[in-house]
Design a protein around this ligand. Structure first.
Ligand code: PSV
Ligand code: MN
Length: 426
């Protein structure tokens, strides 16, 4: 299924006039405050977030999974779904594959399909947290950290295979997230597990093409509950440094213990030129994988403040691989992803409105109240007309959720694919 250009322009007609009014009003106000509105709109349009290939079907918990019907049952259909998201929002111009869930059977056909929809292949993700059918070794007690050399070698080889698959598609980075750790005290020797992981990562790193990078994701717990080998950004950074210049830390918003100051982590990693990737989601307790911005939108804004600062002031840090990493248990996955994409753009736009020079002056004066005022002045601005303008300029819709429903997209997908399809993933 594909959303046609005419459907989009027909849909936009009803709200075009009020959009123009709202945009002009806001643009006028922001220009008077000294903002370069067209520059902000251009930056919003450029900001593309990858959709994970495993998040297009219903998620689930260990208690159950409830289908939304019309789910994509193969990689082609997953790319079509991302195409739908991208044509509506103009901000989902990439897909991130998880291997072996999404190994292409025909590389040329997959590449053609993606490029026809204007979709790039972002970072490829390896999977050594599940045993694969016919695998000789088991990951039950870890993969890259395992006490068994044979298990480590199997996990290393899998990562090298993933690089090879990604290379054929045009990806430029490998994301490694390990479930490795222990559930009980005494089960693991922390130092041995860490050292094994470092050595395994170095072996994978050696297999990276010259223009690739390796992104090392951390997580404090789950599925192991007593210890995780790469539990925080410090562990990830040490491992990245141990590999070399092309290895970076990847921050997933859900992978922190409660009340962690994620914006500070992001800031320091950029200062050190070591923030390579980002997984967006939101959470109340832990790795809840909820819609971005649904629980703590102000925290997201503060994180974006640091990201914008880093993008402007830290040339030592590379361009980041942005991805949504969420699970959709009670919402239509495509609607959930649209809401996440909007929340990301909204936080980004608000962060770009922060008056950085006034903030710096207030910081030098130790004017704590003023500092807060400056941040919140930006946060309280309704930036949605800017997002609409960026979408409109790119050929997208003014209101993505409303358009998705008005154009009966889920109904169309169910008609095309039926009710019994299941997308691969968790
Ligand atoms: C692990 O919780 C994680 O955040 C990693 O990025 C995985 O690859 C992904 O989720 C799998 O759903
Ligand atoms: Mn993640």
């Amino acid at each position: 299924m594909k959303v046609q250009k005419e459907q989009i322009s027909d849909y936009n007609k009803k709200d075009l006039e009020s959009h123009n009014e709202n945009f002009d009003f806001l643009a006028n106000k922001l220009s008077k405050q000294g903002h370069n509105v067209s520059d902000i709109v251009t930056k919003l349009a450029k900001f593309q977030v990858a959709i994970p290939s495993w998040a297009l079907g219903a998620g689930g918990t260990r208690f159950g999974r409830f289908s939304f019907y019309g789910e994509p049952s193969n990689l082609e259909q997953k790319i079509e779904d991302v195409g739908i998201l991208h044509s509506l929002t103009q901000t989902a111009g990439a897909i991130s594959l998880h291997i072996p869930w999404d190994i292409p059977s025909d590389y040329n056909a997959i590449k053609e399909k993606a490029s026809a929809l204007n979709i790039k292949f972002d970072s490829v993700n390896s999977n050594t947290f599940q045993d694969q059918k016919d695998a000789l070794e088991t990951y039950k007690y870890g993969s890259l950290s395992n006490v068994s050399k044979a298990v480590r070698e199997q996990a290393i080889q899998h990562n090298l295979d993933v690089i090879n698959i990604g290379d054929k598609l045009g990806s430029k980075s490998l994301t490694v997230w390990l479930a490795d750790g222990s559930c009980f005290p005494g089960q693991n020797n922390f130092q041995t597990a860490f050292q094994n992981t470092q050595n395994s990562l170095i072996d994978i790193y050696k297999g990276l093409p010259s223009d690739w990078s390796m992104l090392i994701e951390y997580k404090p717990y789950e599925p192991n509950f007593y210890s995780t080998v790469i539990q925080d950004w410090g562990a990830s950074l040490m491992l990245a440094n141990g590999c070399g210049d092309k290895a970076y830390t990847l921050v997933d918003l859900g992978h922190h213990l409660p009340n962690s100051n994620i914006e500070q982590i992001v800031s320091i990693l950029q200062l050190k030129g070591k923030l390579g990737g980002f997984h967006f989601n939101d959470s109340k307790y832990g790795d809840d994988d909820l819609t971005v911005g649904s629980i703590k939108p102000y925290a997201l804004f503060l994180i974006f403040n640091e990201l914008v600062y880093g993008m402007q002031n830290n040339p030592q840090n590379p361009d980041l691989a942005w991805m949504i990493d969420a699970s959709h248990n009670v919402k239509d996955p495509l609607e959930d992803l649209i809401q996440s994409l909007e929340a990301i753009q909204e936080a980004y736009a608000k962060a770009m409105l922060i008056d950085q020079s006034a903030l710096k002056a207030a910081q030098l004066d130790n004017d704590v109240v003023k500092c807060q005022e400056i941040l919140q002045e930006a946060y309280r601005t309704d930036v949605r007309p800017l997002l609409e303008k960026a979408r409109l300029n790119g050929g997208g819709v003014l209101s993505p959720i409303d358009a998705y429903r008005t154009l009966n997209i889920r109904e169309g997908l169910i008609k095309e694919r039926g009710k019994n399809t299941v997308a691969t993933g968790l």
